[in-house]
Write a protein that binds this ligand. Structure first.
Ligand SMILES: [Ca+2]
Ligand SMILES: [Ca+2]
Ligand SMILES: [Ca+2]
Ligand SMILES: [Ca+2]
Length: 105
């Protein structure tokens, strides 16, 4: 994008994996991984890497996701050494369970 002021670049890839645990041909879990690479200063080396994994699990096999688990890993190269050290990586996880599933039992 030459009309943009900065030279930063964003590269996003989405991967979807369908898992059929019991082999009946109906998906029991869907895993979607979104990887975002952000090169803030445009030197070709990613400065921010964010990976979001969303796992949708169909527990009762009715074709609707009952549990949705979302994990986001964010790595920011704060000191600009081109590597992500432990203190530059943060992990966030949320799990959503369908309400009526919780009511049972
Ligand atoms: Ca299945
Ligand atoms: Ca860079
Ligand atoms: Ca279900
Ligand atoms: Ca670093």
């Amino acid at each position: 994008m030459s009309d943009m002021e900065n030279t930063g670049e964003i590269d996003m890839t989405i991967e979807t994996e369908v898992i059929d645990l019991d082999g009946d041909g109906i998906a029991d879990a869907v895993v979607e991984t979104t990887t975002t690479l952000i090169d803030v200063d445009g030197d070709g080396i990613a400065d921010i890497v964010q990976e979001t994994t969303i796992t949708a699990i169909d527990v009762d096999g009715d074709g609707e996701a009952d549990i949705i688990d979302e994990t986001t890993i964010t790595a920011v190269d704060l000191d600009g050494d081109g590597e992500f050290s432990e203190d530059e990586i943060s992990i966030e996880e949320t799990t959503a369970v369908r309400e009526d599933l919780l009511d049972e039992g």
